[in-house]
Design a protein around this ligand. Sequence first.
Ligand code: DCP
Ligand code: CA
Ligand code: CA
Length: 376
Amino acid sequence: MPFFKELSAPVSSDRIIFHVDLDYFFAQCEEIRNPDIKGKPVIICVYSGRSENSGAVSTTNYEAREYGVKSGIPIRDAQTYLKDVESIFLPVDREYYEAISIRIMSTLKDFAIHFENTSIDEAYLDVGKIVNYNYQTSERYALHIKNKIKIIYNLTCSIGIGPNKIISKIASNYKKPNAITLIPPKKVIDFLNPLSITKLPGIGTKYKNKLKKIEVNQIQDLREVKIDTLQHMFGVKLGLYFYLASRGIHNEKVIDNKKFEQISRIITLKENTRDEKEIVNKINGLSLELYTRIQKEKIRYKSIGVIVFMDDLTIHTRSKTLDTYSDDFNNIFINSKELIKNLLNETSLKIRRLGIKIFNLEDLHGQKTLLDFINK
Ligand code: DCP
Ligand code: CA
Ligand code: CA
C-alpha cells in the first residue's frame, strides 16, 4: 500500500505534474461546431423526457454562468434566470464530445512522459523530465501546450502545475477559463492554507459537514487535526490521505492509460496480391498474434484499425470502434477482414503490405487508484 509509505516521505520536489482541464467542455464543443452561438449564454441540457423541459443542466459557457446558470440546476430554473436573454439551449451530444475528447487526449499524450486521462475533459501529464525539472520552463511548456490545443482544436483549457497530482488538480481549477496556475513546492502550503477543504479531491458535502462540526473549514484547519482523529472519523486509508493532502503531500504516480496505447502487427506479402483466400489467411494470422498478446496482458480493446500499402505505394487506413470493449478474437478478425474488403472494393490495385492494430485499450479488470476511487 503506497499510502502508508507516504507518511514518512518528504514533499516530493522532483516531479512536475500538469493537470489539464478543458474549459466549459460540452458547451465549448458546441461553440466550435457552430461559432454563431458564441457570445450568447449556451446551456447544455440533459432532458429527462418526463415532460417538456424537465431535466438538469449538464454545463454552460461562462456567459450563462454570469446569470447563475450552472451544472446540476433544473433546466426550468435556467430558463427563468435567462428569461429575457437571447440564449441557446441544446441537448447533450455525448458521442460528439467523446470524439473530440479522444482526439485532444491523443495530442496531449505526446507532450508527457507519463499520461493519465481521468475523465472526458481531464488528464495528468508528468512532464518533469521534459522541462528538466525546472518550474519556470514548465510554465512556458504549459503555454505551448495550451496554444497547440487552441490552434489544432480551437478550444481553450486551464492547466495547473504542481509537484503532485492533488496540487496540480486544485491549481487547474483555481483560475478558469484559459489560465495557467503554477504552484512550485515552496508555495504549496501558502496556496492550500486559505482554501476551503472542499477543494481537496474527495471532500464533498458529507465530509465537509462532518469536519465543520469540529470547526474545520479551511485546509489550514485540517492540518491542525491529529492523524488519529482523522482516521477515527474517516477510516485508516482516507484519514491518512486527508492528513497528508492537507500538507500538500501526495505521491501517487501518473499512471499511463492503456487507452492511448495500441498494439499492431504488420507484414509484407511475398507477392503483391488481391487474392481473397490469401489475404484472409494473412488477416487470420495477424489477428491471432494480436489476440495472443491481449490474452497474455489481460487487456481488452474497443477499436480495430487496418493499414494497407498498395502496389502503387499508396497507403490506406480504416478503423472501426465497437460499442463496448471486447477481448474476443472474432471481433479483431471479422472487423479487420471487413475493413480490408471495403478498401479493396474501392480500387483495383494489389496489396503489398498489410497491417492491423487494436487501440482504445483498457485493463480487463480496470486498475483503480485512490484518486480514482475518490472521484467516482
Ligand atoms: N458535467 C455534467 N454534469 C455535471 C458536471 C459536469 O454533465 N454535474 C459534464 C459537462 C462538462 C464536463 O462534464 O462540460 C466537464 O465537467 P467540468 O466540471 O470540468 O466542467 P466544465 O468543463 O463544463 O466547466 P469548467 O470550465 O469549469 O471546467
Ligand atoms: Ca472542465
Ligand atoms: Ca473537469
